[in-house]
Write a protein that binds this ligand. Structure first.
Ligand code: HEC
Length: 399
């Protein structure tokens, strides 16, 4: 009964997380678009930044943005915050269910760093908190006055952290950790900066004072960061389904590439919505970035510390492959797995004999030969030579 219950907790948490993320990203994209499409018109009321006309669902909308605040506070003011909070809470819950509860399989790789589950969990939570503190300090430092310099420093911080995470966690754990770290920065921007600043603005108005325009500027800067982080975060969240992304040697460089690709695509839309033209070159950058990531993934799995590269064998016999799979994979990938805590064959993949192994040839190569996604945490200690054999095997040979 217990595995069934956990499976459903997992499914429902993921469903909720995807829904809240759609709501958050949707409202965020909407406001970024709205902000960019505001136009100054002659005769606009004093203190306004511009207005925009929109048509949707059979009606016309006329939106006006006030630079600091309107002269009078409206009675019914809509706040946007629960989309963000609910996304973070459901995401963190899902991370606990999958990556903390299953830390020994999904977060830890004994060849990368020998950690006990509690140590890996502490490192993960600690990195989330530290990441936010470092980023927040950076924004509030003199660097924060120059958007371009801040972006460059933020990029270096994220890529360096990605490298560090791949030295602590499994590839899959490290990539998810980076997604969670950026998402935490985004949600904390809303929770600890944007909403408090908006509260201060409203409170000042209720006291009959003019709110400090710096509060709005600061919030706008964080909102801009959230905008540019959105696409890379979504990529990192789905990356765990792609062994070539999470579990090859240069996975941390892919974080850098995805940051550049995501930001350049956002730049295209930001520029288009602002009526500043369509910078088509950004799609060239995006394509080049993804091609570079694909090329990097062809370098294969990272080596265990102190290990040397195994030469790809030119001839591989099926007997060799079968031996490796039966000794390194079948304890979990069997009709009745013998691995404790795994009740049914993971993802329905049963690798218990020649026919099954041949049927899953491509997946076996991707998961265990060309990357080190399987076995999880390299728990059955497959060697680099064995991986090389799986990588060189092309499944359809009759040998
Ligand atoms: C300790 C148990 C264990 C061992 C050993 C193991 N796996 Fe897995 N495998 C899993 C789990 C758990 C999943 C599901 C992962 C997930 O939910 O993302 C999985 C998933 C897979 C999948 C499906 C991936 C997908 O996303 O559809 C393949 C293919 C696979 N393993 C191949 C292998 C191969 C090849 C080996 C041996 C080299 C191996 N596994 C060894 C536990 C194991």
């Amino acid at each position: 009964m217990e595995p069934i219950l956990w499976e459903w907790i997992n499914a429902v948490a993921r469903w909720l997380h995807v829904i809240t993320a759609i709501a958050w990203i949707g409202s965020s994209f909407y406001f970024i678009h709205l902000d960019a499409s505001l136009r100054r018109r002659t005769g606009a009321p004093a203190g306004t930044a511009g207005d925009a006309w929109q048509i949707h669902g059979g009606g016309f909308y006329h939106m006006t943005k006030y630079m600091v605040a309107p002269p009078q506070l409206p009675e019914d003011l809509t706040w946007f915050k629960w989309e963000s909070y609910a996304t973070w809470i459901s995401g963190f819950f899902l991370m606990c269910v999958l990556y903390y509860r299953g830390a020994d399989l999904f977060l830890i790789d004994q060849d990368v760093m020998a950690l006990a589950p509690w140590q890996a969990i502490a490192a993960s939570v600690g990195a989330l908190a530290l990441g936010w503190v470092a980023y927040d300090r950076m924004c509030k430092s003199p660097l924060g006055r120059n958007d371009a310099a801040l972006a460059a420093a933020g990029f270096v911080l994220l890529v360096a952290t990605a490298w560090a995470m791949t030295r602590v966690f499994s590839g899959r754990g490290a990539m998810l950790q980076m997604g969670a770290l950026m998402a935490t920065m985004m949600a904390a921007n809303v929770f600890l900066l944007i909403i408090p600043n908006q509260r201060k603005t409203v409170a000042a108005m209720l006291r009959g004072e003019t709110p400090d325009p710096a509060l709005g500027r600061q919030a706008k800067q964080r909102s801009l960061h959230n905008n540019y982080l959105t696409l890379p975060v979504v990529f990192l969240m789905i990356a765990n389904h792609y062994p070539l992304v999470t579990s090859t040697r240069f996975n941390w460089v892919m974080v850098a590439l995805v940051l550049v690709v995501g930001a350049s695509i956002r730049h295209f839309f930001n520029s288009q919505h602002a009526g500043k033209g369509s910078p088509w070159w950004t799609w060239g950058v995006a394509a080049a970035g993804m091609l570079a990531a694909a090329w990097l993934s062809s370098f294969g799995p990272a080596l265990p510390a102190g290990g040397t590269a195994a030469a790809l064998p030119t001839r591989v016999s099926f007997t060799q492959v079968e031996e490796i799979v039966l000794s390194r994979c079948s304890m979990c990938h069997a009709a009745e797995p013998v691995w404790e805590g795994i009740a049914t064959p993971p993802r329905g993949v049963v690798l218990d004999g020649e026919a099954a192994i041949r049927r899953h040839a491509t997946e076996i190569r991707l998961q265990a030969g060309l990357s080190r996604a399987m076995p999880p945490a390299n728990i059955t200690q497959i060697t680099p030579d064995e991986r090389a054999i799986l990588a060189a095997w092309s499944g359809d040979t009759t040998r």
